[in-house]
Write a protein that binds this ligand. Structure first.
Ligand code: ADP
Ligand code: MG
Ligand code: MG
Length: 883
């Protein structure tokens, strides 16, 4: 099978659809070359070779080598230059590229093919010795770092010394002679530290670089990145070898990166940076402060250095046309790398640009309005889980802020936390539950784990397209970059901003939307949900089949959830109401009672309280369905566990401390999760459920009478394992309903149903459905009971389990489709067969997880129920699952 693909010179072997084989970079280079854009010619070695390379112990198969050389000959033909030619050498870059972009995770080598002889040829042929020596010293530096695995500080130090010797601050101020001297120094560094002379044979260089790029797929940082982003090891990287074009040829040359829309807020403006007389990585690495692309951006930032639009108007106009063309062609926002060599534009990369949730939303809605994509496509463009970023509070604009400095607004959102200065500390403190802000001079791919652990990221150097900015946006972490007035002292573990000193552990706040950095914590406000957000949700609702309900038990939660579009309550946990300070004494008196009569008198005190709770919720939900779960947890959860607590309870209930202590000891359970809870309480202490049922029906009747709206309570019985349990409990509920209807002279529709949260219930769903009008899958308990894993004790091993692929994801976050999912499937099939029209929903944590929602859609459930803040996520995920 073909493993080397060519592009350039007016045609290409591949196209954008072949990212699996060519990697994203290679596929899009082929696509751009194919549609006639100016792309330096090259070849891509397929991702399939990556595995072959490792299998062969880190060597390229011979046929791949031969095909590579043949394709390189084609590049020579197109460019009219020869690889290794002493007079006018062809130079190439060797680039990595996986199926999905892994920014900065793998390696690239530029200017390959230079040696002591070809550098002279390049100097003569270009008439620009400074450029030739600059390219050679860059090549030795990159090759030394990437292929020979020498410490890059060795080269950086030598460069610093060279600049100091000349009394200059910028790389560009070094002359041809300086650079020639630096090359000699670099070669000495290689000889000393690698033990051999820098390889002079261009072909040896080429195989070395290709091997190193394949090798970088298994670097620690690439592995970490894959683990965090669920990217399989087996995908492998492709390697692209491409003719060099030079942005470092003088003042009519430049290199830059651009987004066709603003990746932070989605606005339709060209967004990006460039550097004159520089090569690729200089922009991202923050070697010099990059300049803006457009005049408008420069003016907005109040910057002085000329924008590309001003400094190179002709090429910029051409570039702007290419941007427009690429957007229309790909029908998405693009992230682009380009180089200008002596006034001529070259495209080096395009991909769909990473963006914040805010930008994703705006771009999707705008592109649909522009007619570039359909509404349904817009719905699919916004990652449901990422909406989370938009649904949480931002800094209160009116709260006092002690702003100590301002950097670039690199990734929006606000975060407060303790300052830490390195990624290991960030990770360690975050593990202990601390909110941390990672503060670095600049971040590198080695910081991925720390950035992930941190609430926000602050850097002293680097622009809007720096590593920190790109990665933070991808992760949804607020980030302020390039806050130049910060200086960090890593030994003292402090940072200084003007005359303010901040130590490790001190709290600061970042506003990634404005770039402000504040001392202390700043108050926050609720997000704005109108505009684009509302529109996208409307489109999503058109395509959605699953209903979305919420888990809520307070009027405030109900209001939030309705604001987010909840269509009812799927789970109202009544026990939460029992913890209210005004009730807990009655609850305890009920629990500690020695007999039914004692319980009944305590329950009589609770009845009006519960009735009022339910009435408030029915009012708030205004006719939408409300599922109320009867008391579920074991009773001792409501009791204290130490002597001081016993004394308090004795005093409040009027019982003796001895009695309290004895009753609590009697209630002790070895495994409460599987103990006296759920419907087992209702069966052993029928007064409890009777009181709750009465409260529900009295409240429903009262609110229906009051508001004229239909209230349809759905009474849900927890932890049912057998049909008989539900039969008994339902009879009691029905009796209470009849009594309330008789007393009030009003009736209303209601339902009685059950949770399916035990494997036995799933299996015996047919019998249970005889007594249940609805099933609600309590997938938290069902996961615990099906897997035999207690959620509270799982943390010790579940991480290792997921790492080793025993479970693909934490089964408490994403539903275990194979096991728990099969139980849900069985219960669905058997339940519906026994009772057509049986209403089915899910109310576990999984109800707000997009992948689990897609699973519910496939099963044909009627609704999902999740916490209020996840309601929009569920609405979008449900639409995406249906599309
Ligand atoms: P990454 O995936 O880390 O972005 P790239 O392969 O894109 O790595 O290369 C790093 C930098 O080198 C980019 O700025 C890119 O534009 C530049 N570059 C790569 N190949 C060439 C080339 N053939 N000519 C000029 N610049 C190049
Ligand atoms: Mg790149
Ligand atoms: Mg449960």
């Amino acid at each position: 099978t073909k493993s080397v693909f060519r592009f350039g010179g007016g045609s290409a072997d591949g196209d954008a659809s072949q990212r699996d084989l060519l990697g994203g970079k290679g596929a899009n280079l082929a696509e751009m070359a194919g549609i006639g854009l100016p792309v330096p010619p090259g070849l891509t070695i397929a991702t399939s070779v990556c595995a072959a390379f490792y299998d062969a112990g880190g060597k390229l198969p011979d046929d791949v080598k031969a095909d590579t050389l043949a394709a390189l000959a084609h590049v020579e033909q197109v460019t009219g230059k020869t690889f290794g030619d002493a007079a006018d050498p062809l130079l190439v870059s060797v680039r990595s590229g996986a199926r999905v972009s892994m920014p900065g995770m793998m390696d690239t080598v530029l200017n390959l093919g230079l040696n002591d002889v070809t550098v002279e040829g390049l100097a003569r042929a270009s008439g620009n010795p400074r450029f030739a020596w600059d390219s050679y010293r860059r090549f030795i530096q990159m090759y030394g770092d990437v292929v020979l695995e020498l410490d890059h500080y060795l080269f950086e130090d030598a460069l610093e010394i060279a600049k100091e010797d000349r009394g200059v601050t910028l790389d560009t101020e070094l002359t041809a002679e300086d650079l020639q001297g630096l090359v000699a120094r670099y070669k000495a560094i290689v000889a000393e530290n690698w033990g051999d002379a820098f390889p002079q044979d261009p072909h040896e260089q080429l195989w070395g670089a290709i091997g190193a790029v394949f090798g970088s797929w298994r670097s620690d940082r690439a592995r970490t990145y894959r683990r965090l982003n669920d990217i399989p090891e087996s995908w492998g990287t492709a390697v692209t070898v491409q003719a060099m074009v030079f942005g470092n040829r003088g003042d009519t040359s430049a290199t830059g990166v651009a987004f066709t829309r603003d990746p932070a807020n989605g606005e339709r403006v060209t967004y990006g940076e460039y550097l004159i007389n520089a090569q690729g990585e200089d922009v991202v690495a923050g070697i010099r402060t990059p300049q803006y692309l457009t005049k408008a951006a420069r003016e907005r930032a109040g910057a002085r250095a000329a924008s590309m639009e001003e400094a190179m108007p002709v090429v910029f106009a051409e570039l702007a046309k290419v941007f427009a063309l690429l957007e229309t062609h790909y029908r998405d926002m693009q992230d682009i790398e380009f180089t200008v060599e002596d006034g001529r534009l070259w495209m080096l990369q395009t991909r769909s640009g990473k963006r914040t949730a805010k930008a994703a939303l705006k771009i999707a809605v705008d592109m649909a309005s522009e007619g570039l994509i359909t509404e349904a496509e817009a719905v699919l463009r916004v990652e449901a889980g990422a909406l989370d970023q938009l649904l949480h509070p931002t800094l209160d604009p009116h709260a006092p802020r002690d702003v100590i400095t301002r950097g670039l607004p690199a990734s929006p959102g606000a975060a407060s936390g303790a300052v830490v200065f390195d990624s290991d500390t960030a990770e360690a403190r975050a593990k202990m539950g601390d909110a941390v802000i990672l503060v670095r001079t600049e971040t590198s791919p080695e910081d991925i784990h720390g950035m992930h652990a941190a609430r926000g990221i602050l850097t002293a150097r680097g622009g809007m397209t720096s590593h920190a900015a790109v990665v933070a946006r991808g992760m949804g972490r607020p980030c302020v970059s390039g806050a130049g007035s910060i200086s960090i002292d890593l030994t003292a573990r402090t940072m200084r901003v003007g005359n303010r000193m901040i130590g490790e552990g001190d709290r600061i706040t970042l506003d990634g939307t404005t770039g402000e950095v504040m001392v202390g914590e700043v108050a926050t406000v609720e997000p704005e949900l109108a505009g684009d957000f509302g529109l996208l949700m409307e489109w999503a609702d058109k395509h959605r089949r699953l209903k979305v309900r919420t888990n809520a038990e307070t009027p405030a939660d109900c209001r939030t959830a309705r604001g987010f579009g909840a269509e009812g309550i799927g789970l109202c946990r009544t026990e939460h109401m029992f913890f209210e300070p005004s009730r807990i004494t009655s609850v305890r008196r009920m629990i500690l009672a020695e007999d039914g009569a004692g319980r009944a008198s305590a329950l009589a005190e609770l009845l009006p309280e519960q009735r009022a709770d339910f009435a408030r919720i029915f009012r708030e939900m205004a006719g939408l369905p409300v599922t109320i779960r009867l008391l579920d947890p074991p009773l001792h959860e409501f009791l204290p566990h130490d002597e001081a607590g016993f004394a308090d309870v004795a005093e409040a209930t009027g019982l003796s401390v001895g009695t309290v202590r004895r009753r609590i000891a009697e209630l002790h359970e070895f495994n409460p999760m599987l103990g006296h809870r759920g419907c087992r309480l209702g069966i052993t202490y029928p007064e409890i459920y009777a009181m709750q049922a009465r409260a529900i029906f009295e409240a429903a009747v009262a609110v229906a009478k009051d508001t004229g709206e239909a209230v349809v309570p759905e009474v849900m019985v927890p932890l049912v394992a057998t049909a008989r349990e539900l039969e008994i409990t339902k009879a009691a509920i029905d009796a209470e309903a009849r009594a309330v209807f008789a007393e009030t002279g009003r009736t209303l529709d209601y339902m009685v149903g059950t949770m399916i949260e035990l494997p036995r219930a799933a299996l015996r769903a047919a019998e249970i459905a005889e007594f249940a009008e609805f099933f609600s899958f309590g997938t938290n308990d069902l996961t615990q009971t099906a897997l035999g894993i207690s959620r509270d004790d799982a943390s010790r091993f579940l991480g290792v389990y997921v790492e080793q692929g025993i479970y693909p994801r934490d089964p408490f976050v994403g539903i275990d489709e194979e096991g728990v999912g099969e139980l849900v499937q069985i219960a669905t099939d058997r339940g519906r067969a026994a009772r057509p029209g049986l209403k089915l929903g899910i109310c576990g944590e999984h109800g707000g997880d997009p992948a689990s929602i897609a699973f519910c859609e496939r099963l044909g459930l009627d609704y999902v129920s999740c916490s209020p803040y996840r309601v929009p996520i569920a609405r979008l995920a449900a639409a995406q699952a249906a599309l």
